[in-house]
Design a protein around this ligand. Sequence first.
Ligand SMILES: [Zn+2]
Length: 89
Amino acid sequence: MQYGERCAKMDIVQYAYTIRTEGGIVMARRCVVCDKRTETGNIRSHAENKARRTWKPNLQKVRMIVKGAPVRAYVCTRCLKSGKVQRAI
Ligand SMILES: [Zn+2]
């Protein structure tokens, strides 16, 4: 099983528990594997008007196997497609 650097530093079971107790996706909209989160920028019209906008990651709530135990957490679809997560069936 391969996880990002962030998961090597932090216990992913503890992290999944933390975001669950903080209210889940409302508190931290980010991927537990690659730490992708909401980004902000400007949308520019042809007249160069600018307005703030956000780009949110496509997060899915999945059950995955971590250290032999199933854990519920939010993972982005890119990590899911690239096989970085061992799913719990
Ligand atoms: Zn990810």
